[in-house]
Ligand binder design. Structure first.
Ligand SMILES: *Cc1c(COP(=O)(O)O)cnc(C)c1O
Length: 389
């Protein structure tokens, strides 16, 4: 099978894990601190501006606590969002208010976000579809003007930036994922940053039961009398990263430049291989000054053939998918929104295999299978519809 996502884990990651085993310190400790420092360096922010957690979803839950989301507050997010973000809002008693997206980029425009704001809007949660920043800079400006917190779900955007400013640092809070389907993989894991260092410090406490005055995870810091004592500042969960995850994440972060180069090549190979395929729309060019992580590569086609094309590719051992199923259509969120651009795009879009382990032959096989399927399905459909081509 050619997978949609695939991690690149090898000997370096295995050796890093072996070192952790040898140290007898597998929980949160020095390697987590080193991963935090390396990630802060990657973003170009002070080390104190990030804290590692066990998943991006947990980071988003913590972000809701930091933002004071609760009953009586609204949080705006594009309907093309990860389910964990919608859950984070709803689980804290907030109302998720879903906005439409640009049908080509699947990112919300500034106007889409503005149209969904209410007097009760406490925060906006925006992602960077497929790794593309989209209008995030404009959305950040809108949120600043309105005094609304912007939380960037930068799970797709570990290597994305606008005018040199990394995605995840344009808003007030940024969260990242290192789960098995992402670019930098730690098995599972997440990171949170905030513009305000006090919020980061609060996030770190929220990630560990809300404990205050805990002596920490390092033996060197166990110097206080009765170091086992603690106070609680707020009731929270246990969401910390461990040193096995951090050790793998550290190695992966070092490999990110190579991953990024290969993903850019894969994108370019799809772009040229699929440029002239009738009935297929490719992602629009990346706007100048923007850098993408090339997390997803997606194509768009007539909604009447999309699912059949996915089936044709699957029959040839090629997985495809659609990210992210529209949240305003999920009954549990109770949305009555009608978001026609997103609804249409969700029926027309297919995400192709995209990862750094794809060979040129893999990409060419996907291109050939897609060409053949489209030719057959479009032809059949045209005949069935009595049309001519
Ligand atoms: C994968 C993903 C997440 C969730 O990350 P976890 O670490 O698995 O919780 C959140 N948002 C987006 C956009 C994602 O793609």
């Amino acid at each position: 099978m050619i997978n949609v996502f695939q991690p690149s884990l090898g000997e370096a990651e295995l050796n890093a894990i072996a070192e952790v085993f040898g140290s007898n310190w597998v929980g949160k400790g020095p390697r987590t601190a080193a991963f935090e420092a390396a990630f802060a360096g990657h973003l170009g922010v002070d080390t104190g501006r990030v804290t590692a957690v066990n998943s991006c979803t947990e980071a988003t839950f913590i972000a809701m606590q930091l933002a004071g989301v609760g009953p009586g507050t609204d949080v705006v997010l594009p309907t093309v969002s990860f389910v964990g973000a919608g859950n984070a809002v709803a689980a804290h008693g907030g109302r998720p208010v879903f906005c439409d997206v640009d049908p080509r980029t699947l990112n919300p425009t500034v106007d889409d976000v503005a149209a969904a704001l209410t007097p009760r809007t406490r925060a906006v949660v925006a992602l960077h579809y497929g790794g593309r920043p989209g209008d995030i800079a404009g959305i950040a400006e809108l949120c600043r003007e309105r005094g609304i917190l912007l939380i960037e779900d930068a799970a797709c955007a570990v290597d994305s930036s606008v005018g040199g400013v990394p995605c995840g640092t344009l808003g007030d809070i940024g969260v990242w994922s290192f789960d098995a389907q992402k670019i930098v993989v730690a098995g599972d894991g997440g990171m949170l940053t905030a513009r305000d260092p006090d919020l980061v410090a609060r996030a770190a406490k929220l990630a560990y039961f809300g404990l205050e005055q805990f002596s920490g995870f390092s033996q060197a810091r166990l110097s206080t009398h009765r170091w086992w004592d603690f106070d609680i500042s707020s009731f929270s969960r246990r969401s910390i990263m461990n040193d096995m995850q951090a050790a793998v994440g550290l190695v992966q972060l070092g490999r990110l430049p190579d991953f990024a180069d290969r993903r850019r090549e894969v994108e370019a190979r799809y772009d040229s291989g699929l440029a002239d395929v009738p009935g297929l729309t490719l992602p629009p060019p990346l706007p100048p000054g923007q850098r993408s992580s090339y997390y997803l590569y997606w194509v768009q086609m007539d909604e009447r053939i999309r699912d059949d094309v996915a089936g044709d590719l699957y029959a040839q051992g090629i997985y495809t998918t659609f990210r992210y199923p529209l949240l305003h259509r999920v009954a549990a969120y109770g949305s009555t929104a009608r978001l026609p651009r997103a609804e249409r795009a969700a029926e027309r879009t297919l995400c192709l295999p995209m990862h750094q382990a794809l060979t040129d032959d893999d990409v060419d096989a996907v291109v050939a299978a897609l060409r053949a399927s489209l030719a057959r399905r479009l032809g059949r459909h045209t005949v069935a519809a009595g049309g001519t081509r």
